[in-house]
Ligand binder design. Structure first.
Ligand code: SAM
Length: 243
């Protein structure tokens, strides 16, 4: 996660209307357009996101999320009848796009982080998206993780803290094991060539099915406001169990 690129990810943030009482928090609503020219006047889908830049990492639309959401949109026929789980969803832009194109979506974030989870519920309401919202902390084996059987796991900017990699991949591997044929699609800031992904694949018995430069499929109007070396990788179990 690059804080330098953070401010560029909310192209049309609008501050709350000033009222008699000052707002308790710096809440904004950003608008994200998909299809057509991906502009305010020419788009097929608009998703509105409530953000709070002063709060948690999970209260902000990070650039990796913009890129993963665009990928979901461009691959929408693949997503339209799939079961999708988003890990570390934060403001949940990719999962919301999946829901809007017809996927059955579960949005998850840290189980005890009620502020982020409540914000996700608010965003689902704002976009009339019928998603399940579930507390799921990586590496913890509470009930929700046993009920997940997705076709596709999404994760935007979830590879940002190496101290959390083992917990994240323990959860990803468990869900892949319990969901034959499932894949994990994640976008991340590439700071190590491809060594990090190679290391994680070997360590967790996974294989890389696809590796894309995140900017290679992004419309220029979105690419212009983002920075960094963001990769998209699609991962599956090395030894897939039969469906
Ligand atoms: C950098 S933010 C990315 C948020 C969102 N996916 C995006 O790209 O805009 C990382 C997200 O991972 C979540 N997260 C961090 N540690 C976690 C853990 N141990 N279990 C589950 N989620 C976690 C955070 O709450 C946050 O929403």
């Amino acid at each position: 996660m690059d804080s330098a690129s953070a401010s560029a990810s909310s192209p049309e943030a609008e501050e709350d209307e000033p009222g008699l009482a000052p707002p308790a928090r710096m809440t904004t609503v950003s608008r994200h357009y998909f299809g057509g020219a991906s502009s305010e006047h020419d788009h097929a889908l608009r998703v509105d996101i409530v953000e709070n830049i002063e709060e948690d990492y999970g209260m902000f639309v990070w650039p990796c999320s913009v890129i993963l959401a665009e990928y979901v949109w461009q691959q929408r026929t693949r997503f339209s009848h799939s079961r999708v789980v988003e890990l570390g969803a934060g403001t949940s832009l990719p999962g919301l796009v999946a829901a809007k194109v017809g996927a059955d979506v579960t949005l998850t974030d840290i189980a005890h982080n009620t502020e982020v989870l409540n914000n996700i519920r608010q965003i689902c309401g704002l976009n009339d998206a019928n998603c399940k919202v579930v507390g799921l902390t990586w590496g913890e084996w509470d009930e929700p993780v046993f009920d997940l059987h997705p076709d596709i796991i999404l994760g935007a900017d979830v590879l940002y803290d190496s101290a959390k990699f083992d917990d994240l991949f323990a959860t990803v591997s468990f869900v892949l094991e319990s969901s034959p044929g499932a894949v994990f699609i994640t976008t991340y800031h590439n700071r190590s060539g491809h060594h990090l992904i190679e290391f994680l694949m070997v360590k967790w018995g996974l294989k890389c099915l696809k590796l894309l430069d995140g900017f290679s499929f992004l419309p220029s109007c979105k690419a212009d406001s983002l920075q960094g070396n963001i990769q998209l990788v699609e991962i599956a179990l090395e030894k897939a169990k039969p469906k």
